[in-house]
Design a binder for this molecule. Structure first.
Ligand code: PLP
Length: 377
Protein backbone atom coordinates (compact mmCIF):
# COMPACT_ATOMS: atom_id res chain seq x y z
CA UNK A 1 0.00 0.00 0.00
CA UNK A 2 1.30 3.49 -0.89
CA UNK A 3 1.76 5.71 2.15
CA UNK A 4 2.37 9.43 2.64
CA UNK A 5 5.42 9.98 4.83
CA UNK A 6 6.66 13.38 5.82
CA UNK A 7 10.33 12.97 6.72
CA UNK A 8 11.51 16.55 6.16
CA UNK A 9 10.90 18.01 9.62
CA UNK A 10 14.12 20.03 9.49
CA UNK A 11 12.61 21.99 6.57
CA UNK A 12 9.39 22.69 8.42
CA UNK A 13 6.96 20.99 10.81
CA UNK A 14 3.21 20.52 10.93
CA UNK A 15 1.34 23.23 12.84
CA UNK A 16 0.20 21.89 16.22
CA UNK A 17 -3.61 21.74 16.28
CA UNK A 18 -3.86 23.20 19.80
CA UNK A 19 -1.51 26.03 18.81
CA UNK A 20 -3.83 26.73 15.88
CA UNK A 21 -6.85 26.81 18.23
CA UNK A 22 -4.98 29.26 20.50
CA UNK A 23 -4.31 31.51 17.49
CA UNK A 24 -7.87 31.57 16.14
CA UNK A 25 -9.40 34.22 18.46
CA UNK A 26 -6.62 36.64 17.52
CA UNK A 27 -7.23 36.13 13.81
CA UNK A 28 -10.99 36.49 13.93
CA UNK A 29 -12.21 38.48 16.95
CA UNK A 30 -9.35 39.97 18.96
CA UNK A 31 -7.79 41.74 16.01
CA UNK A 32 -7.00 45.07 17.68
CA UNK A 33 -3.66 46.75 17.08
CA UNK A 34 -1.65 46.27 20.27
CA UNK A 35 -0.38 49.87 20.10
CA UNK A 36 -3.88 51.37 20.48
CA UNK A 37 -4.86 52.66 23.95
CA UNK A 38 -8.56 51.63 23.93
CA UNK A 39 -9.90 48.68 25.88
CA UNK A 40 -10.52 46.56 22.74
CA UNK A 41 -6.73 46.05 22.49
CA UNK A 42 -6.46 44.72 26.07
CA UNK A 43 -6.72 41.00 25.18
CA UNK A 44 -4.13 41.30 22.40
CA UNK A 45 -1.80 43.19 24.73
CA UNK A 46 -2.19 40.56 27.44
CA UNK A 47 -1.60 37.76 24.93
CA UNK A 48 1.61 39.41 23.79
CA UNK A 49 2.86 39.80 27.35
CA UNK A 50 1.96 36.21 28.22
CA UNK A 51 3.58 34.80 25.05
CA UNK A 52 6.82 36.68 25.74
CA UNK A 53 6.80 35.27 29.27
CA UNK A 54 6.18 31.69 28.09
CA UNK A 55 8.96 31.84 25.50
CA UNK A 56 11.39 33.38 27.99
CA UNK A 57 10.66 30.60 30.50
CA UNK A 58 11.25 27.92 27.85
CA UNK A 59 14.83 29.13 27.26
CA UNK A 60 15.56 30.48 30.79
CA UNK A 61 15.57 34.14 29.75
CA UNK A 62 13.79 37.26 30.98
CA UNK A 63 10.66 38.35 29.04
CA UNK A 64 12.33 41.70 28.15
CA UNK A 65 15.08 39.74 26.42
CA UNK A 66 12.71 38.22 23.81
CA UNK A 67 12.19 40.22 20.60
CA UNK A 68 9.60 38.96 18.13
CA UNK A 69 10.64 38.78 14.47
CA UNK A 70 9.33 37.32 11.21
CA UNK A 71 11.41 34.14 11.65
CA UNK A 72 14.89 32.68 11.68
CA UNK A 73 16.15 34.57 8.64
CA UNK A 74 15.26 37.96 10.10
CA UNK A 75 16.65 37.07 13.53
CA UNK A 76 19.97 36.03 11.95
CA UNK A 77 20.14 39.13 9.75
CA UNK A 78 19.45 41.33 12.75
CA UNK A 79 22.09 39.68 14.94
CA UNK A 80 24.81 39.99 12.30
CA UNK A 81 23.97 43.39 10.81
CA UNK A 82 22.83 44.93 14.09
CA UNK A 83 26.29 44.39 15.55
CA UNK A 84 28.20 45.23 12.36
CA UNK A 85 26.43 48.59 11.92
CA UNK A 86 27.43 49.57 15.46
CA UNK A 87 31.07 49.52 14.53
CA UNK A 88 31.87 48.73 10.92
CA UNK A 89 35.61 48.55 11.45
CA UNK A 90 35.50 45.45 13.58
CA UNK A 91 35.77 41.83 12.49
CA UNK A 92 33.08 39.11 12.62
CA UNK A 93 33.78 35.38 12.98
CA UNK A 94 31.33 32.74 11.83
CA UNK A 95 31.57 29.20 10.44
CA UNK A 96 31.54 27.72 6.93
CA UNK A 97 28.54 25.55 7.74
CA UNK A 98 26.03 28.21 8.81
CA UNK A 99 22.61 28.53 7.17
CA UNK A 100 22.43 31.02 4.29
CA UNK A 101 20.51 33.39 6.57
CA UNK A 102 23.89 33.93 8.25
CA UNK A 103 26.21 33.38 5.28
CA UNK A 104 24.36 35.76 2.98
CA UNK A 105 24.19 38.36 5.76
CA UNK A 106 27.95 38.12 6.22
CA UNK A 107 28.46 38.26 2.45
CA UNK A 108 26.44 41.52 2.39
CA UNK A 109 28.69 42.85 5.14
CA UNK A 110 31.83 41.90 3.21
CA UNK A 111 30.47 43.85 0.24
CA UNK A 112 30.19 46.86 2.56
CA UNK A 113 33.84 46.47 3.53
CA UNK A 114 33.42 44.30 6.63
CA UNK A 115 36.05 41.72 7.55
CA UNK A 116 34.87 38.13 8.01
CA UNK A 117 36.57 34.96 9.15
CA UNK A 118 34.92 31.59 8.38
CA UNK A 119 35.75 28.75 10.77
CA UNK A 120 36.38 25.32 9.25
CA UNK A 121 34.54 22.34 10.76
CA UNK A 122 36.03 18.91 11.42
CA UNK A 123 34.87 16.11 9.12
CA UNK A 124 32.10 15.41 11.66
CA UNK A 125 30.89 18.99 11.24
CA UNK A 126 32.17 20.22 14.60
CA UNK A 127 33.47 23.74 15.23
CA UNK A 128 36.16 23.26 17.84
CA UNK A 129 37.35 25.63 20.56
CA UNK A 130 40.86 25.40 19.06
CA UNK A 131 39.57 26.54 15.66
CA UNK A 132 37.81 29.54 17.20
CA UNK A 133 40.78 30.32 19.42
CA UNK A 134 43.12 30.57 16.45
CA UNK A 135 40.74 32.92 14.63
CA UNK A 136 40.18 35.44 17.43
CA UNK A 137 42.26 38.57 17.13
CA UNK A 138 41.93 42.02 18.61
CA UNK A 139 39.17 43.97 16.91
CA UNK A 140 36.67 41.09 16.71
CA UNK A 141 33.17 42.28 17.61
CA UNK A 142 31.04 39.16 17.13
CA UNK A 143 31.22 35.39 16.91
CA UNK A 144 28.23 33.59 15.42
CA UNK A 145 28.14 29.77 15.45
CA UNK A 146 24.95 27.75 14.99
CA UNK A 147 23.72 25.50 17.80
CA UNK A 148 22.78 22.59 15.52
CA UNK A 149 23.38 22.21 11.82
CA UNK A 150 20.33 21.99 9.57
CA UNK A 151 21.88 19.64 6.99
CA UNK A 152 23.85 17.14 9.05
CA UNK A 153 22.49 17.74 12.56
CA UNK A 154 25.80 18.28 14.38
CA UNK A 155 25.34 19.92 17.79
CA UNK A 156 28.10 22.44 18.51
CA UNK A 157 29.91 23.03 21.84
CA UNK A 158 28.27 26.43 22.22
CA UNK A 159 28.97 26.80 25.95
CA UNK A 160 32.73 26.36 25.44
CA UNK A 161 32.78 28.58 22.34
CA UNK A 162 30.88 31.41 24.03
CA UNK A 163 33.11 31.19 27.13
CA UNK A 164 36.14 31.64 24.89
CA UNK A 165 34.61 34.64 23.11
CA UNK A 166 33.62 36.26 26.41
CA UNK A 167 37.13 35.91 27.84
CA UNK A 168 38.19 38.56 25.34
CA UNK A 169 34.98 40.59 25.47
CA UNK A 170 33.42 39.42 22.19
CA UNK A 171 29.64 39.16 21.75
CA UNK A 172 28.39 35.63 20.98
CA UNK A 173 25.36 34.79 18.81
CA UNK A 174 23.97 31.35 18.03
CA UNK A 175 21.51 30.39 15.31
CA UNK A 176 19.41 27.89 17.27
CA UNK A 177 16.65 27.58 14.66
CA UNK A 178 17.02 23.79 14.38
CA UNK A 179 17.51 23.25 18.10
CA UNK A 180 14.81 25.29 19.89
CA UNK A 181 11.90 23.04 20.86
CA UNK A 182 13.98 19.93 20.13
CA UNK A 183 16.72 20.01 22.75
CA UNK A 184 16.79 21.73 26.13
CA UNK A 185 17.96 25.31 25.78
CA UNK A 186 19.17 27.41 28.68
CA UNK A 187 20.60 30.70 27.41
CA UNK A 188 22.23 31.40 30.78
CA UNK A 189 23.98 28.06 30.88
CA UNK A 190 25.01 28.36 27.23
CA UNK A 191 26.27 31.85 27.99
CA UNK A 192 25.11 33.32 24.68
CA UNK A 193 24.32 37.01 24.15
CA UNK A 194 21.92 36.42 21.26
CA UNK A 195 19.97 33.40 20.01
CA UNK A 196 17.78 33.04 16.90
CA UNK A 197 14.66 30.85 16.71
CA UNK A 198 11.84 30.17 14.26
CA UNK A 199 8.34 28.92 15.14
CA UNK A 200 7.71 26.73 12.09
CA UNK A 201 10.59 24.45 13.10
CA UNK A 202 8.83 23.48 16.34
CA UNK A 203 5.19 23.02 15.22
CA UNK A 204 4.36 26.71 15.35
CA UNK A 205 3.16 28.85 12.43
CA UNK A 206 5.39 30.03 9.58
CA UNK A 207 6.64 33.63 9.34
CA UNK A 208 7.28 34.25 13.03
CA UNK A 209 10.27 33.78 15.29
CA UNK A 210 12.30 35.57 17.91
CA UNK A 211 15.72 36.86 18.74
CA UNK A 212 16.89 36.55 22.33
CA UNK A 213 19.09 39.53 23.19
CA UNK A 214 20.70 39.43 26.60
CA UNK A 215 20.09 42.53 28.72
CA UNK A 216 22.89 45.03 28.27
CA UNK A 217 23.90 43.87 24.76
CA UNK A 218 24.31 46.85 22.45
CA UNK A 219 22.65 46.34 19.07
CA UNK A 220 20.98 48.65 16.62
CA UNK A 221 17.49 48.08 15.14
CA UNK A 222 17.33 46.15 11.87
CA UNK A 223 13.75 47.15 11.01
CA UNK A 224 13.11 50.86 11.51
CA UNK A 225 9.67 52.36 12.06
CA UNK A 226 7.35 52.44 15.08
CA UNK A 227 8.07 51.89 18.74
CA UNK A 228 7.26 48.17 18.91
CA UNK A 229 9.63 45.69 20.60
CA UNK A 230 11.20 48.37 22.81
CA UNK A 231 11.88 50.47 19.67
CA UNK A 232 14.30 47.84 18.40
CA UNK A 233 12.09 46.01 15.89
CA UNK A 234 9.34 48.08 14.31
CA UNK A 235 6.09 46.79 12.80
CA UNK A 236 2.60 45.96 14.07
CA UNK A 237 2.85 42.80 16.13
CA UNK A 238 1.69 39.53 14.56
CA UNK A 239 -0.27 38.60 17.69
CA UNK A 240 -1.95 35.40 16.45
CA UNK A 241 1.31 33.91 15.20
CA UNK A 242 3.18 34.94 18.33
CA UNK A 243 0.50 33.23 20.45
CA UNK A 244 0.79 30.09 18.28
CA UNK A 245 4.57 30.14 18.57
CA UNK A 246 4.49 30.40 22.38
CA UNK A 247 1.89 27.63 22.63
CA UNK A 248 3.83 25.27 20.35
CA UNK A 249 7.13 25.93 22.10
CA UNK A 250 5.69 25.35 25.56
CA UNK A 251 4.05 22.10 24.42
CA UNK A 252 7.27 20.81 22.84
CA UNK A 253 9.37 21.82 25.86
CA UNK A 254 7.01 20.02 28.24
CA UNK A 255 7.59 16.71 26.41
CA UNK A 256 11.12 17.28 25.20
CA UNK A 257 12.66 14.11 26.71
CA UNK A 258 9.78 11.91 25.52
CA UNK A 259 10.06 13.40 22.02
CA UNK A 260 13.84 12.99 21.89
CA UNK A 261 13.63 9.35 23.03
CA UNK A 262 10.90 8.53 20.54
CA UNK A 263 12.64 10.19 17.59
CA UNK A 264 16.05 8.70 18.52
CA UNK A 265 14.49 5.24 18.59
CA UNK A 266 12.98 5.79 15.14
CA UNK A 267 16.38 7.01 13.93
CA UNK A 268 18.09 3.87 15.29
CA UNK A 269 15.44 1.68 13.64
CA UNK A 270 16.03 3.36 10.30
CA UNK A 271 19.79 3.04 10.57
CA UNK A 272 19.62 -0.65 11.35
CA UNK A 273 17.07 -1.30 8.59
CA UNK A 274 19.39 0.40 6.11
CA UNK A 275 22.30 -1.64 7.50
CA UNK A 276 24.53 1.43 7.52
CA UNK A 277 27.04 0.04 10.01
CA UNK A 278 27.94 -2.86 7.76
CA UNK A 279 27.89 -0.97 4.46
CA UNK A 280 30.88 1.00 3.22
CA UNK A 281 28.76 2.48 0.42
CA UNK A 282 26.70 4.53 2.90
CA UNK A 283 28.03 7.26 5.21
CA UNK A 284 26.00 8.87 7.98
CA UNK A 285 27.22 12.46 8.27
CA UNK A 286 27.43 14.71 11.31
CA UNK A 287 29.40 12.68 13.88
CA UNK A 288 28.09 11.19 17.11
CA UNK A 289 26.36 14.17 18.68
CA UNK A 290 23.53 15.05 16.31
CA UNK A 291 19.94 16.24 16.69
CA UNK A 292 17.61 13.27 17.14
CA UNK A 293 16.02 12.41 13.81
CA UNK A 294 18.32 14.53 11.62
CA UNK A 295 19.84 11.80 9.43
CA UNK A 296 22.13 12.89 6.61
CA UNK A 297 23.06 9.89 4.46
CA UNK A 298 25.52 9.81 1.59
CA UNK A 299 25.20 6.93 -0.88
CA UNK A 300 28.29 6.18 -2.97
CA UNK A 301 27.87 6.85 -6.71
CA UNK A 302 24.19 7.79 -6.38
CA UNK A 303 22.40 11.02 -7.33
CA UNK A 304 20.74 12.64 -4.31
CA UNK A 305 18.28 14.54 -6.51
CA UNK A 306 17.19 11.31 -8.23
CA UNK A 307 16.82 9.57 -4.84
CA UNK A 308 14.60 12.42 -3.65
CA UNK A 309 12.34 12.19 -6.71
CA UNK A 310 12.12 8.39 -6.56
CA UNK A 311 11.11 8.61 -2.90
CA UNK A 312 8.62 11.35 -3.78
CA UNK A 313 6.96 9.00 -6.29
CA UNK A 314 6.45 6.61 -3.38
CA UNK A 315 4.87 9.35 -1.24
CA UNK A 316 7.96 10.07 0.87
CA UNK A 317 9.26 13.61 1.48
CA UNK A 318 12.97 14.01 2.23
CA UNK A 319 15.51 16.67 1.30
CA UNK A 320 18.77 16.62 -0.65
CA UNK A 321 20.52 18.95 1.78
CA UNK A 322 19.15 22.09 3.33
CA UNK A 323 15.60 22.90 2.24
CA UNK A 324 16.57 26.35 0.99
CA UNK A 325 19.15 24.61 -1.18
CA UNK A 326 17.04 21.94 -2.76
CA UNK A 327 16.89 23.53 -6.23
CA UNK A 328 20.64 23.80 -6.33
CA UNK A 329 22.39 20.90 -8.04
CA UNK A 330 25.84 21.77 -6.72
CA UNK A 331 27.22 20.04 -3.64
CA UNK A 332 26.03 21.93 -0.57
CA UNK A 333 28.45 24.25 1.22
CA UNK A 334 28.14 22.09 4.35
CA UNK A 335 29.19 18.86 2.64
CA UNK A 336 32.03 20.73 0.94
CA UNK A 337 33.18 22.20 4.25
CA UNK A 338 33.35 18.79 5.98
CA UNK A 339 35.40 17.53 3.02
CA UNK A 340 33.06 14.70 2.01
CA UNK A 341 34.30 12.86 -1.11
CA UNK A 342 32.39 13.88 -4.23
CA UNK A 343 31.35 10.30 -5.02
CA UNK A 344 29.44 10.29 -1.70
CA UNK A 345 28.47 13.97 -1.52
CA UNK A 346 26.48 13.85 -4.78
CA UNK A 347 24.35 11.02 -3.39
CA UNK A 348 23.33 12.76 -0.17
CA UNK A 349 19.83 12.96 1.23
CA UNK A 350 18.61 14.32 4.55
CA UNK A 351 15.86 12.36 6.29
CA UNK A 352 14.53 14.38 9.21
CA UNK A 353 12.13 12.45 11.42
CA UNK A 354 9.83 14.15 13.90
CA UNK A 355 7.67 13.28 16.88
CA UNK A 356 4.69 12.43 14.64
CA UNK A 357 6.51 9.80 12.59
CA UNK A 358 5.78 6.13 13.36
CA UNK A 359 7.68 2.82 13.28
CA UNK A 360 5.55 1.67 10.34
CA UNK A 361 6.55 4.78 8.39
CA UNK A 362 10.23 4.23 9.13
CA UNK A 363 9.93 0.60 8.03
CA UNK A 364 8.25 1.62 4.75
CA UNK A 365 10.81 4.40 4.17
CA UNK A 366 13.78 2.08 4.75
CA UNK A 367 12.28 -0.60 2.54
CA UNK A 368 11.62 1.77 -0.36
CA UNK A 369 15.02 3.43 -0.01
CA UNK A 370 16.78 0.07 0.00
CA UNK A 371 14.93 -0.95 -3.18
CA UNK A 372 15.77 2.35 -4.91
CA UNK A 373 19.44 2.23 -3.98
CA UNK A 374 19.71 -1.41 -5.06
CA UNK A 375 17.92 -0.35 -8.28
CA UNK A 376 15.16 -2.85 -7.60
CA UNK A 377 12.31 -0.38 -7.51
N1 PLP B 1 18.77 28.99 10.36
C1 PLP B 1 18.68 27.65 10.23
C2 PLP B 1 19.71 26.79 10.89
C3 PLP B 1 17.64 27.08 9.49
O1 PLP B 1 17.57 25.75 9.38
C4 PLP B 1 16.69 27.93 8.87
C5 PLP B 1 15.62 27.36 8.03
O2 PLP B 1 15.78 26.33 7.39
C6 PLP B 1 16.81 29.32 9.06
C7 PLP B 1 17.87 29.80 9.80
C8 PLP B 1 15.81 30.26 8.47
O3 PLP B 1 14.63 30.25 9.23
P1 PLP B 1 13.24 30.77 8.63
O4 PLP B 1 12.75 29.71 7.68
O5 PLP B 1 12.35 30.93 9.81
O6 PLP B 1 13.51 32.07 7.96
Amino acid sequence: MRMFIYADNAATTKLDVDAFEAMKPFLLNEYANVSQPYSFSRKSKEALIESRKIIAECIHAEPEEIYFTSGGTESDNWAIKGIFFLNQKRKIITSKIEHHAILHSTRAIEQMGGELIYLKPTKEGLITVEELSSAITEGTSLVSVMLANNEIGTIQPIKELSQLAHKVGIIFHTDAVQAVGHIKIDVQDLGVDMLSASAHKFNGPKGVGFLYIKKGTSIIPYVDGGLQESSLRAGTENVASIVGMAYALKKNCQCIDTNINKVRELENNLISLLDIAGNKDIIKNGGNNTLAGNISLSFKNQDGEALLHRLDLRGICVSTGSACNSKNMTISHVLQAIGLDEEYAKGTIRISLGKDNTKEEVYYLANELNKIVMKQG
